[in-house]
Design a protein around this ligand. Structure first.
Ligand SMILES: Cc1cc2nc3c(=O)[nH]c(=O)nc-3n(C[C@H](O)[C@H](O)[C@H](O)COP(=O)(O)OP(=O)(O)OC[C@H]3O[C@@H](n4cnc5c(N)ncnc54)[C@H](O)[C@@H]3O)c2cc1C
Length: 416
C-alpha cells in the first residue's frame, strides 16, 4: 500500500517509520528543507507521563482572565477577532470542569505511557540515540502551598498506577546535585522516576535516516496546498511541485493541519499556542543538571541534551506568529540562572519560538472522519514528543487494518 505522510515533524517521521516497518511504500512531504524544523525543532525534550495533566482545568479560566491584564511570563492570553480562537476557547472552557479535567488527564496519561513503551521498544530494536536521559524528571515547587496543590493533583496520575514521589529539598539535591544553589528556596518536588528526556530533533533526524533505509521517500522543501477528494476518498495531494497520489494519507501538519481539511468540510479544533525555547552550550567549566524537569512556579521546563541545556516556557496566544526577540527570553534565562547559576553559557543563547498544536481538551486527534483513506495524527499540543511513538504506531495499525493496542475512545474527531 502506498501511504503519503503530510508533515515531517516528529509525528510525521515516527508515523512513516511504523508504516514502513509494516511494509508500506511511504512518502513524507514537508515544506521545510529538513525534517523536524518547526515545532519539533527545539522543544523541552521531556518524555513526561508525570506531567500529563490536561491544561483545561477548574483553575484555568481564572488564570486566562488574569493574564489579559497582568504581565505574566508563563501565560499570555489575548483575545483577537479570529473566530477559530473563539470557537477553540469556548470548547476549552467547556472542558474546565473537574470531571472533564480528570477524564482528559487520564486519557492523556494512558497515551503518554503507551507511547513511552513504544519508544523504549524502538530504542531497543534500533539502538537509536538522541541524548536521552532515563533517570526520571523533577517537578519543582518553590511555594509550600503550591507544592501541597501539586501533591493533591498527582493523585489522579498515581491512581492510574504511575509512580510519583513527593520529595523534600534534600532528596531533590540527591537526585540532581546541581539544584544545591536553590535548595533553601525549594518547598519540594514531585519526582517521576520513570519520566525521561531527550532531543526530539536528533531523534527525528536519526529516525528519518532509518526510514530511508526502509525505503521511505522524503520530499522536502515542498509546500502542500490542498487535498482533493473523490467521493468518500482522498484522490490526491496537491503541492507546489505537482500532485502526489497514494492509497492512504496521514495528516501530521501540527498547527497547520486544520487549513488543509477545512475546504473538505472538516473542522479540526487544533489551535496554535506559541512557546519559547532557549538553548545554551554547556562547556567544561559549567555545572549543568542531568535530570530534566519543570520549575512549576514559573512553568519553565529544562533538560540537558548532551552538551546543551534547553529551557522552554510560555503559552502565548499569538496566532500563527512565530517571531521572537531577545527580550522574550529574559524570563526563561532568569529562571535558568536561579536554578542552575553555572548551568551553561547563558551569554551564548540560541533562541527559538514555535507553535504547540493544541486541542481544547488536550488529547490529540487520531483515526479518520468522513474520508475512508484520510487519517489524522495531529493536535498533540504540549506533549507531542512524549506521544509521538504511540500515536504513530496506532496510526500505522489503523491504516494496516490491525486493531491498535490502545482503545481509541476520546481520541478521535467524534468527540467534538
Ligand atoms: C516550547 C515548547 C516546548 C515543548 N516541550 C515538550 C516536551 O517537553 N515534551 C513533549 O512531549 N512535547 C513538548 N512540546 C510539544 C511538541 O514539541 C509538539 O507537540 C510536537 O513537536 C508536534 O509535532 P508535529 O510533528 O505534530 O508538528 P511539527 O513539528 O510542527 O511538524 C509539522 C510539520 O508540518 C509541516 N507543514 C505544515 N504545513 C505544511 C504545508 N502546507 N506543506 C508542507 N509542510 C507543512 C511543517 O514544516 C512541519 O515540519 C513542546 C512544544 C513547545 C512549543
Amino acid at each position: 500500500m502506498k501511504s503519503i505522510v503530510l508533515g515531517g515533524g516528529v509525528i510525521g517521521v515516527t508515523t512513516a517509520y511504523y508504516l514502513a516497518k509494516a511494509g508500506h511504500e511511504v512518502t513524507v512531504i514537508d515544506r521545510q528543507p529538513a525534517v523536524g524544523r518547526e515545532t519539533s525543532f527545539a522543544n523541552a525534550g521531556l518524555i513526561a507521563p508525570g506531567h500529563a495533566y490536561a491544561w483545561a482545568s477548574p483553575r484555568a479560566p481564572k488564570i486566562l482572565l488574569q493574564s489579559l491584564y497582568r504581565e505574566d511570563t508563563a501565560l499570555r492570553f489575548r483575545l483577537t477577532a479570529d473566530p477559530r480562537l473563539w470557537a477553540w476557547s469556548l470548547r476549552f472552557l467547556a472542558n474546565c470542569t473537574a470531571a472533564r479535567n480528570r477524564a482528559n488527564t487520564v486519557r492523556k496519561l494512558a497515551l503518554c505511557r503507551y507511547s513511552q513503551q513504544v519508544l523504549i521498544a524502538l530504542r531497543e530494536e534500533t539502538g537509536l540515540r538522541y541524548d536521552e536521559v532515563t533517570r526520571g524528571c523533577l517537578y519543582l515547587y518553590r511555594d509550600p502551598a503550591h507544592f501541597e496543590t501539586g501533591i493533591r493533583n498527582m493523585a489522579v496520575l498515581k491512581g492510574q498506577g504511575l509512580t510519583l514521589q513527593a520529595i523534600d529539598p534534600e532528596r531533590c539535591v540527591e537526585i540532581e546535585p546541581q539544584l544545591r544553589h536553590i535548595k533553601d528556596r525549594l518547598a519540594g518536588a514531585i519526582y517521576a522516576p520513570t519520566d525521561e528526556s531527550g532531543d526530539a530533533l536528533l531523534f527525528t533526524e536519526r529516525l528519518a535516516r532509518r526510514c530511508e533505509d526502509l525505503g521511505v521517500t522524503f520530499r522536502l522543501g515542498i509546500r502542500i496546498t490542498g487535498l482533493e477528494a473523490d467521493g468518500d476518498r482522498i484522490a490526491r495531494v496537491v503541492t507546489e511541485a505537482g500532485e502526489v497520489v497514494g492509497d492512504s494519507y496521514v495528516l501530521a501538519l501540527g498547527s497547520y493541519s486544520p487549513f488543509l481539511v477545512r475546504p473538505l468540510g472538516i473542522a479540526l479544533p487544533v489551535y496554535p499556542i506559541k512557546g519559547y525555547s532557549v538553548t545554551v552550550p554547556i562547556e567544561e567549566q559549567h555545572e549543568a543538571p542531568t535530570v530534566g524537569g519543570v520549575d512549576e512556579g514559573h512553568l519553565v521546563a529544562f533538560a540537558r541534551m548532551g552538551d546543551r541545556l534547553r529551557l522552554t516556557g510560555t503559552a502565548d496566544f499569538a496566532g500563527y506568529d512565530t517571531s521572537h526577540a531577545p527580550e522574550h527570553f529574559a524570563g526563561l534565562l532568569r529562571v535558568a540562572r536561579e536554578l542552575f547559576p553555572r548551568g551553561g553559557a547563558y551569554d551564548k543563547p540560541g533562541y527559538w519560538a514555535c507553535l504547540r498544536p493544541m486541542t481544547p481538551d488536550g488529547p490529540p486527534i487520531l483515526g479518520k472522519a468522513r474520508h475512508a483513506n484520510l487519517w489524522f495524527n495531529t493536535g498533540h499540543g504540549h506533549m507531542g514528543w512524549t506521544m509521538a511513538c504511540g500515536t504513530a504506531r496506532i496510526t500505522a495499525d489503523l491504516i494496516g487494518g490491525r486493531v491498535p493496542e490502545m482503545d481509541l475512545s476520546g481520541l478521535t474527531l467524534e468527540r467534538y
